[in-house]
Design a protein around this ligand. Structure first.
Ligand SMILES: *Cc1c(COP(=O)(O)O)cnc(C)c1O
Length: 794
């Protein structure tokens, strides 16, 4: 490597020069943003050589690739990650010191790339980092939304959404690749498999470099923008509005038919563009389309990219003139599907009318797939009429995306052990009967380079000093820390680390919203998307109970360790219940934080605009990690892993990856409560849950409800929430309340024993190695992709 980053003196010279070239300013007069921009430009340029080297290596060695299709990539900032992984961080840090610049401040000038709304998108981002770091030729594929997930403001305790026009500032890490633009046909009608009078749209790829961890490998995330196509004859106002609507926004409003069409259009465009690009690349290398599956795997992340399957069939049959059977064989040896949900209402389906109108040829292909699939089911003989109907790719006037994925993929995986079991034995039981060999589990993970090394330098140093630094390349080595769980020196270091990280978060919160938190209090944190199944409501109801108890029970007050409860969550703009819960939390926060008789013991904060950058402060600062979903509902969770890796204890249900967290770290080192998955399933099956009976028998709940009715000048203000709990309580908030109270009493007692707590905290860190996404990606590769590694040192 011959780059300006080799030595700090070369770097300093080039840095000052670039500042002058780009902005015509001298160092002393430059703004923080200019300083950031110059650093990012220099780094991005220096990565170009390795990006090309990586591409050349993959090509020359005929390596198979995985294309990771995902509607979302929740990347956050890239500057720190890219500096760390390229191995230039220390040189830049030294150089900045010499130049009297604040590197930390400059890193913070980057906007979050918020092209995702939660765990699924963040998982995709972690997978890119792990794949590149393991030297695997995996490439991301998605849309280049000009507006990311909305920016959240809280006004009068209510959520207000603002657009996130993040591309208004230059996104330095991307590079337009006009030469590989692709034309995509839409609408029209079909005659003899030919699409007549289509509307053409152009998709233009932008490559975002993905830097492997000090291995020289640079892969990419390909984001497709849309524009008017040269093939389109009539370019009217409506056409341009459509073309520029496709890449405008992540998850546009889909409450009307136009919005629904737009969503389907978005899914189709990035799927079709990715498929076409790969087939083109394959052919350009002189390979036979019939060998496509030997050189590519398409990993379909949830059902948004389902159309990859029929689109691949369309290209192979209509353009490559391959017969249906062979095209199907190639397609189903290429595609693999990851399922992320079990909430059946969340399973994606499309009204036939919308689907057929937008994609007439694709619809025809899906119909043929459906005809053949049903005939397989009927011939099989194990499925009755009703089952055949319910398993169909099309039914109840809808196209069922998950069913297309299962039928069209050679692998179907769940994202945690419990989740995969539920898929096999309940949700997708009939499909599992039909295709037992397709189903497999890949427990999610997180990249420890971002969620430990970058976000927690203090813990990183403790680990390096205690067990040596090789854990960074093999996170299971963290187990060596187990031997120090009772070592008072190590315990003290962990204690100090937590205080430092809690202070950093407390400073952020104070600066942003003026609430002061005591770092000696327990930081009890629940941050994640707002959803009823995640039960933020149960959390706040419990806190209200605690507040009343503090005011009425001196013995309780005497024994209560100071707590700071921290929430962060965005609610989908049209999700009424979720927004009510935010209002309830934020309204209560105001009351409790201003009550001087208790606020030295109890505070509540709802942090604004929870995103990746905020998470980087929050994860290391937690003592307790709230993972309290109704058992069976959280497929995996990844926030739970970030907290664990940073030394928090989990207070949680036996759901998702929590099951594996306690398997790894030990039941005694976390606090588990509530209904189990089988218990939940049984209650649903028997249909016998009566929440009002629980309420009537529990004075604590009555008092809490009474208080909620006093929180607003209109006593009925939160009745939508309360009535829902009394009459339906689909997620068992009332049913689990009692055991949740007990779990918190246990946590309170645990914390008073500082050494005991630190022992548990160390056990969580020491046994978090399983949750690195390096392990997850290795599992995917060994079982599904079978990619060979890029080795640039050869
Ligand atoms: C990790 C992460 C999530 C996922 O959190 P869960 O608790 O697993 O739902 C969501 N949003 C952001 C910003 C994250 O970093």
């Amino acid at each position: 490597m011959n780059t300006i980053f080799e030595h700090k003196d070369t770097f300093k010279k080039e840095y000052v020069k670039k500042l002058s070239d780009l902005f015509q300013v001298e160092l002393k007069d430059s703004t923080v943003y200019q300083r950031y921009s110059v650093l990012a430009h220099l780094l991005d340029e220096s990565l170009k050589e390795n990006f090309e080297k990586t591409n050349a290596y993959v090509k020359e060695n005929n390596l198979k690739k995985t294309i990771y299709f995902s509607m979302e990539f929740l990347m956050g900032r890239l500057i720190t990650n890219n500096l760390q992984n390229s191995g230039y961080y220390d040189v830049v840090k030294e150089a900045f010191k010499d130049l009297d610049l604040d590197l930390n401040e400059v890193e913070h000038a980057e906007e979050d790339a918020g092209l995702g709304n939660g765990g699924l998108g963040r998982l995709a981002a972690c997978f890119l980092d792990s794949s590149a770091s393991l030297g695997l030729p995996l490439y991301g594929n998605s849309l280049r939304y000009r507006e990311g997930f909305f920016v959240q403001e809280i006004k009068n305790h209510k959520q207000v959404e603002h657009p996130d026009p993040w591309l208004k500032k230059e996104f330095i890490w991307e590079e337009k690749d006009e030469a590989n633009a692709i034309n995509i046909p839409l609408f029209g009608y079909v005659e003899h498999t030919q699409l007549i009078n289509p509307v053409w749209i152009k998709a233009i790829p932008y490559n975002v470099k993905i830097v492997g961890d000090k291995n020289g490998v640079v892969t990419s995330l390909r984001l497709w923008a849309t524009d008017a196509s040269d093939l389109q004859k009539h370019v009217g106002e409506d056409y341009l509005r459509m073309v520029h609507g496709v890449d405008r926004q992540l998850y546009p409003d889909d409450s009307n038919e136009e919005g629904k069409t737009l969503r389907l259009l978005q899914s189709y465009v990035f799927s079709a563009a990715g498929v076409k690009q790969a087939i083109k690349e394959h052919k350009d290398l002189g390979r036979d389309p019939k060998d496509f599956h030997k050189f590519y795997t398409f990993q379909i992340n949830d059902t948004h990219p389902t159309l990859v399957i029929p689109e691949m069939m369309r290209i192979l049959m209509d353009e490559e003139k391959i017969g249906y059977d062979q095209a199907w064989s190639i397609t189903t040896q290429t595609c693999a599907f990851t399922n992320h949900t079990i909430l059946s209402e969340a399973l994606e389906k499309w009204d036939i009318r919308i689907f057929r109108n937008l994609l007439p040829r694709i619809y025809e292909i899906v119909q043929e797939m459906n005809r053949r699939f049903r005939s397989i089911l009927v011939t099989d003989g194990r499925f009755n009429k009703e089952q055949v109907y319910l398993m169909g790719l099309i039914g109840q006037n809808h196209v069922r995306m998950a069913h297309i994925c299962i039928y069209g993929s050679f692998s179907v995986n769940g994202v945690a052990a419990l989740h995969t079991d539920i898929l096999k034995n309940e949700e997708m039981k009939d499909f599992f009967t039909l295709y037992p060999d397709k189903f497999n589990n890949k427990t999610n993970g997180i990249t420890h380079r971002r969620w430990l090394i970058h976000t927690n330098k203090e813990l990183t140093k403790i680990l390096d000093d205690t067990i040596g630094s090789f854990w960074r390349d093999d996170l299971t080595k963290l187990e060596l820390l187990d031997a120090y769980k009772n070592d008072s020196k190590t315990q003290n270091l962990i204690d100090q680390m937590k205080k430092t990280k809690k202070q950093a978060l407390a400073d952020q919160i104070f600066e942003k919203q003026g609430v002061k938190l005591d770092v000696n209090s327990i930081f009890d944190i629940q941050v994640k998307r707002l959803h009823e199944y995640k039960r933020q409501l149960m959390n706040i109801l419990h806190i209200i109970y605690v507040y009343q108890k503090l005011k009425s029970d001196p013995v309780f007050k005497e024994n209560y360790y100071p707590h700071s409860f921290i929430f962060g969550a965005k609610a989908a703009p049209s999700y009424y219940m979720a927004k009510q819960v935010i209002e309830l939390i934020d309204t209560f926060a105001d009351i409790v934080n201003n009550d001087e008789s208790t606020n030295y013991l109890l505070k509540v904060v709802f942090v604004r605009n929870y995103n990746v950058t905020y998470a980087e402060y929050i994860m290391p600062a937690a003592d307790l990690s709230e993972q309290i979903s109704t058992a069976t509902k959280e497929a995996s969770g990844t926030g739970n892993m970030k907290f664990m890796m940073n030394g928090a204890l989990t207070i949680g249900t036996m759901d998702g990856a929590n099951v594996e967290i306690v398997r790894e770290a030990g039941m005694d080192n976390n606090i588990i409560f509530g209904l189990s998955a089988p218990e939940v399933s049984e209650i649903y099956a028997n249909n016998g849950y009566k929440p009002r009976e629980i309420y009537e028998k529990d004075q604590r709940l009555k008092d809490v409800f009474h208080f909620v009715r006093s929180m607003h000048k209109n006593p009925a203000h939160f009745d939508y929430i309360l009535n829902n709990l009394l009459n339906s309580d689909y997620f068992f908030v009332l049913k689990d309340f009692d055991s949740y109270v007990t779990a918190h009493e246990i946590a309170n007692e645990y914390y008073k024993d500082r050494n005991g707590w630190l022992h548990k905290s160390i056990m969580n860190i020491a046994h978090s190695g399983f949750f690195t996404s390096d392990r997850t990606i290795t599992n995917y590769n060994n079982d599904i992709w079978h990619l060979n590694k890029i080795d640039l040192k050869k």
